[in-house]
Structure formats: structure tokens, C-alpha cells
Design a protein around this ligand. Structure first.
Ligand code: MYR
Length: 185
């Protein structure tokens, strides 16, 4: 019998991480499939995924702030960089790049070249209007709302629709100033 080479802790840990990521991807796929069965209309599935993402985002921000130690960003571009480099890395294991920042710095794009949510995914013709990753736009919208930023988050490019990249446009609609909770005497 061939001897089994012992694996290092790092190799085992990497394997566990890979299996977790695959399980997450497959679970997300199963959720989308179930929504398609239950709701029938692709538009309704898009809305539902966005709403689920929003509900996750408003909770996930606490974990993000606690784990990342990120402090207040100086402007919206920096917020986008934090989402792209720290947020995506923390929750998806990949980073994005920030591009197409508009002149007043309130609208920009996050470009994802690698998107673990879509591993193993192929959309049938009946799902062409589906924004498969709409949960991500909802997560970002929900998380930013919790730090006083009302945003609109829209998919501009989607590789499942034949584009070269995933491009999410994040537009700042309103920044609610945080109120100091105590009155000065
Ligand atoms: C600030 O208050 O200025 C800092 C704001 C940082 C917001 C970061 C939001 C992170 C959202 C993570 C999204 C992950 C998507 C998978």
C-alpha cells in the first residue's frame, strides 16, 4: 500500500476554506433556483435577491466594522475603495477595483473580475433577465445605509450576460449627517 504523506496544517486549512467557499456558492445557487421555482417571474427574483441582500447588509456592517477596524472615510471614493478591497475580501475572498468615479465623487463602479458566487453557474435561456448576483447589490446598499449613506446600486456589466467583467455602479443619493446624541450645556 502506498504511504499517505501527512499534510501540513496550512494545506488542511486551505482545503477546508475551499470546501466552505464551494458550499457557500452551491447554497446560494440552490436559493436562486428555489426562488425561480417559487416566484416564476425573473424580475421578482431580482427584487427578492436584492431585498435578501439588503437584510444581510444591515446586519453585516457591524461585523465588518468590528473586524476591519476601518474608521470614517474621508469621501465616497474612499468608501468605495474600502468596500472593494476590505469588504469584498472579508466576505467573498476576492477584491474589486474602483473605476469610473464621476466628477463630484458621488458615483463610481466596482469591477469584479473574479466572482465566487458564479462558480459552476450557467444560466438557461429562460433566465436571461436574471441578475444572478443581485444579493451583492442589496448587501452594499444595506451596509451603507447603516453608516448614513443612501445609495442606488446597479449592475452595469455581468459576465453571465456575456460581458467581460462584473461591474456594479454605486451612486450616493444622500448622506444623512450623524447627529451628536447629547445636548451641550
Ligand atoms: C465609514 O463610515 O465611512 C466607513 C464605511 C465603510 C463601509 C463599508 C461597507 C462594507 C460592505 C461590505 C460589502 C461586502 C459585500 C460582499
Amino acid at each position: 500500500m502506498a504511504p499517505v504523506a501527512p499534510r501540513s496544517g496550512d494545506a488542511i486549512f486551505a482545503n477546508v476554506e475551499r470546501v466552505n467557499a464551494e458550499l457557500f456558492t452551491l447554497t446560494y445557487g440552490a436559493i436562486v433556483r428555489q426562488l425561480l421555482t417559487d416566484l416564476e417571474e425573473v424580475e421578482e427574483v431580482n427584487k427578492q435577491l436584492d431585498q435578501m441582500g439588503y437584510n444581510i447588509g444591515i446586519r453585516l456592517i457591524d461585523e465588518f466594522l468590528a473586524k476591519s477596524n476601518v474608521s470614517r472615510c474621508v469621501d465616497f471614493k474612499e468608501t468605495a475603495e474600502v468596500i472593494a478591497k476590505v469588504g469584498f475580501k472579508m466576505f467573498l475572498g476576492v477584491t474589486a477595483s474602483v473605476t469610473n468615479v464621476d466628477a463630484d465623487g458621488t458615483c463610481c463602479s466596482l469591477i469584479l473580475e473574479d466572482n465566487p458566487l458564479v462558480d459552476f453557474v450557467e444560466l438557461p435561456d429562460t433566465c436571461q433577465g436574471l441578475y444572478y448576483c443581485n444579493i451583492l447589490s442589496g448587501i452594499i446598499r444595506g451596509a451603507l445605509e447603516m453608516v448614513s449613506m443612501k445609495t442606488e446600486v446597479t449592475w452595469l456589466h455581468d459576465m453571465l450576460r456575456g460581458d467581460d467583467v462584473y461591474e456594479l455602479q454605486v451612486k450616493l443619493l444622500k448622506q444623512v449627517p450623524e447627529e451628536y446624541p447629547y445636548k451641550d450645556d
